[in-house]
Structure formats: C-alpha cells, structure tokens
Ligand binder design. Structure first.
Ligand code: GDP
Ligand code: ZN
Length: 462
C-alpha cells in the first residue's frame, strides 16, 4: 500500500561526499520547483521552461545572505529520472556551501531523501523495473569496465526482457491448461494437458538453468575473482604482484577502519577483475613470510577462486613446492615456472606429471617474458565463449539468483508431480509459483518490505 507521503518533495546531495569541483543537490517531487524558487535569485524557477539550465544565486530568504553562485537544472515531469519534477542545483564543490544549500531546501519544504529514494520513485512511477533499479546500484559499485558493461546491459532491461518472456511462456501454458480443464468432455484431456505442462515446465526450467549458469561469472564480475599468488620465498611473488599492480590497472580499496592486512587490491586483467588475496603477506619482508609460509598459503588457497603457484625454474623442486602443488591440485590454478631467463634446473618431467598442460606456463617476470601469455590464460579460463557474445545476460545479483533458484525448484516440483501422476490442478499450483518467483525479479509482483530493503542499499542521493 502506498502512502501519499511517499510522493512528497525529497532532496539530497547527489555527488560523493568530500571536496570536488562541483557538487549537485537534487530535489524531486511535486513542490520541487516552488521550493527551489524560494531560495534562488535569478529567473523564477517555478516558471522557466522544462529542461533548462538557469544561472543564479542561492540565498537564505530569512537573512538574505548569499550562499553560492549556481546553475539550476529544471526538469519537469514526466520526462525525468523519477517521473516527478526534478531540480538539480550545481554548486561549488565545498562541503559547507553544499550542505547549506541542502539545509535551505529542507527548511523551505523539502524532506531529506532516504538512501535510494530517487531510484525507488523511478520504480514506483513505472519508469524502470526492479532489475534496472538494481543495476543503478551496481553501476555505482562497478569496479571494472566489464562489470560496468553488464550493469549497463541490465539497465537496458535485457534481463527483464528475458524474465518477462519466460513468464509469458508459463502464462500461455497455464491458460491452455485452464481451457483444457474447462472442457472435460474431450477424451484424453488430462493426458494432453499433462503433456503440455511437462514440456513447457522442462523448457522453461532449461532456460532458467542456462541463466543460472552465468551466475558464477556474474559473481566474479561483481566481486572480483579471488586470486592467491603463492610459492615459497624468493620465487618471484612480489615481482609478479608488482607487475600486476602496474599500469593503472590497480584499484586499491581500503576497507574502512581495518588494518592493512585486509586491504583489498583489485586488478583488471583483460576485463577479468582479480581481487588479490593477502597481498599484505606478499609485501611483508621475506623472513616474516617464511615463518608463517605454508599455513598462510593454505588459508589463501582456501579463499581463492584462482591460485597462481610460482615455482623457481632455476632450482630443483623442493618438498615445499610439492606440498603446495598437492594443496592446490583440486583448485583452478596456474602453475608458473618463473626465472626462465636463468639456467633451468627444475625437473620438468616431474612437474608435468603433477601439473596439467593447461595449467602450466613459463615466465621471466624480471625480463617481462611470458606475462602476456599469463594474462591471456587468465582471461581464457574465465571467458570461454562469454567474451564474444555481447548480448548474453549475466546474473550478478544475489536476489535474482535466489529467485531463479526458487522458480527452478517450483518447476522441478511440477515435473515430479506429473511423473508421480498427481492431478493436473496441483501441478498447476507449482507452475503458478514459478511465475510468481520470476515476477519478483522484475518487481511485477513485489512486496513493500522487499522494496524498502532493496532501496535502502543505495547511496544517499541516488
Ligand atoms: P618472493 O619472495 O616470492 O616475493 O620473490 P621476489 O619477487 O621478492 O623475488 C625474489 C628475487 O628474485 C628478487 O631479487 C627478484 O628480482 C628476483 N626475480 C623475480 N623474478 C625473476 C625472474 O623471472 N628472473 C630472475 N632472474 N630473477 C627474478
Ligand atoms: Zn615477496
């Protein structure tokens, strides 16, 4: 149930906190133009044409004090992000004037927006569906070009289109079943209906499974492929790390309020976002690392989606090498024979017995040799096929994934029911459940709590 207060006039600072050249204070709602006009010296914002940018000054109507020189964009409903009247005040980037402008808007009739409330309104007014709303959030969080592209793709409504077509298929068959049930005078109605239900349930289920298959890649895109660089001391781990972190490829996230031990470092390798595990360990002095060597590696291996295990090609294989090879044998891994610029001493036959040809490669990090090949292997491992098909919809959102699993379970129930000879109207119930689950992905059947929870994850001002 929507309350009317949901459509009062809201305001928030839309640009990230901190100093920038320009900040934007955004306001949306029925009174947006009137509220802005009260604190704006220049043209009357309540009367200017839609989609215009207006030069002027923000002032405090009580004291007549001038706050800032600004540009105010006026966008009237319905051609706006929220489908309501929107004002965006571009002011000078300082924290003090920006906050002061927001305060003035709040004192003159606007209310502080909740996180995600602008996007929520866009959804409530039917401007975007739920997958699109979520992709706005993903865009804000996107860490690599590729995940940006997926988010944009979703913003285009590709996932929604696909989900809607699945729902249509289910609806068609449900309608057919209904018709058949209404005409029981035909002989083998029950058989025919059952057959149709079974076919369609199986077909939609396959398509959902295909979609779910993309979820793993999607998760990697979103969160980064957790990657551990391991190997005994002096094999070249730090050198490789430095190479990977070079060339502006690195994005370092300093998780607020934590020590350097959990600094997450992201690198973008041919559009595969790697989240490097335990780089603090690799960067510590060698003695320290050695003391906690294998134990620390074991921990990193456990967390990793991908392990890069370095061996020193210019030395004999050691027991520690063998231990690390054994520890990683069930992992997705690349075993890197480093220091190939030196005379080879490693027993290649033994290595080849322990390591598959797809996993093995040679480098000289020192001489920048084999590193292109390494990057290519990483990309290949994860984008077989996917990289080429730009149209692929990729699941990246855990809520979508959970709902699709639920829909798949419902379809499984339909199929099990049919095989067990259950009456067709019972199977029909499960089929309807699947339709509902899919509807929740796009928000075609949504509940209030879901919305609140979802939109509260947004940043303020979005
Ligand atoms: P880590 O202990 O595994 O982190 O190894 P480092 O990256 O600190 O490297 C140890 C030493 O090996 C350093 O002196 C590096 O310059 C050197 N090194 C790294 N990679 C190579 C390589 O490919 N060839 C040669 N000859 N030396 C290398
Ligand atoms: Zn090191």
């Amino acid at each position: 149930v929507m309350q009317t207060t949901e459509f009062d006039t809201i305001a928030a600072i839309s640009t990230p906190p901190g100093e920038g050249a320009i900040s934007i204070v955004r306001m949306s709602g029925e009174e947006a133009l009137q509220v802005a006009a009260k604190v704006f010296k220049g043209k009357n914002l309540a009367e200017v044409a839609s989609h215009t940018i207006n030069y002027g000054h923000i002032f405090d109507p009580e004291t007549n004090e001038e706050i800032d020189e600004v540009m105010a964009s006026v966008m009237r409903a319905p051609k706006t992000f929220t489908r309501e009247d929107i004002i965006e005040i571009n002011c000078h980037g300082g924290i003090v004037p920006t906050n002061k402008i927001l305060q003035l808007l709040l004192q003159n009739g606007a209310r502080l927006a909740e996180p995600g409330e602008f996007t929520k309104r866009a959804f409530l007014h039917g401007r975007i569906d739920l997958t699109q709303a979520e992709s706005v959030m993903d865009l804000i969080r996107a860490k690599t070009d590729r995940s940006m592209q997926i988010a944009l793709n979703q913003l285009d409504g590709n996932l929604a289109k696909l989900i809607k077509s699945l729902r249509q298929d289910i609806l068609d068959v449900l309608a057919q079943v209904e018709v058949n049930i209404d005409y029981p005078e035909y002989d083998d109605v029950e058989t025919l209906t059952t057959k149709l239900l079974k076919e369609k349930a199986a077909e939609v289920k396959t398509r959902i499974e295909d979609l779910l298959q993309t979820a793993n890649q999607g998760k990697i895109m979103r969160e980064g492929l957790a990657t551990a660089i391991i190997g005994r001391p002096n094999v070249g781990k730090s050198s490789l790390l430095n190479y990977l972190l070079h060339e502006d490829k690195a994005i370092v996230t300093d998780v607020a309020g934590t020590t350097r031990d959990v600094i997450e470092e992201y690198v973008n390798i041919r559009n595969v976002p790697l989240k490097l595990i335990d780089t603090a360990g690799i960067r510590e002095t060698e003695d320290k690392v050695e003391k906690i060597g294998v134990e620390r590696s074991r921990k990193a291996i456990n967390q990793a989606d991908l392990v890069m295990l370095l061996l020193n090609a210019s030395e004999e294989l050691t027991d520690e090498d063998r231990k690390l090879l054994a520890l990683t044998q069930d992992k997705k891994r690349l075993v890197i024979l480093n220091k190939t610029d030196l005379k080879t001493k490693i027993n290649l036959n033994e290595v080849k017995q322990l390591v598959g040809p797809d996993e093995l490669l040679s480098t000289s990090v020192l001489q920048n040799d084999g590193l292109d090949e390494l990057e290519e292997r990483i990309a290949k491992m994860f984008f077989n096929g996917i990289e080429n098909s730009q149209t692929t919809v990729m699941l990246t959102n855990s809520r979508h994934i959970a709902l699709l699993h639920r829909a798949k379970d419902s379809l499984d129930a339909v199929l099990r029911g049919i095989d067990a000879g259950m009456p067709v109207d019972l199977c029909q119930v499960d089929m309807t459940d699947a339709w509902d689950d899919l509807g929740e992905v796009t928000g075609d059947s949504y509940q209030d709590e879901l919305l609140d929870q979802l939109f509260s994850q947004f940043c303020l001002g979005k």
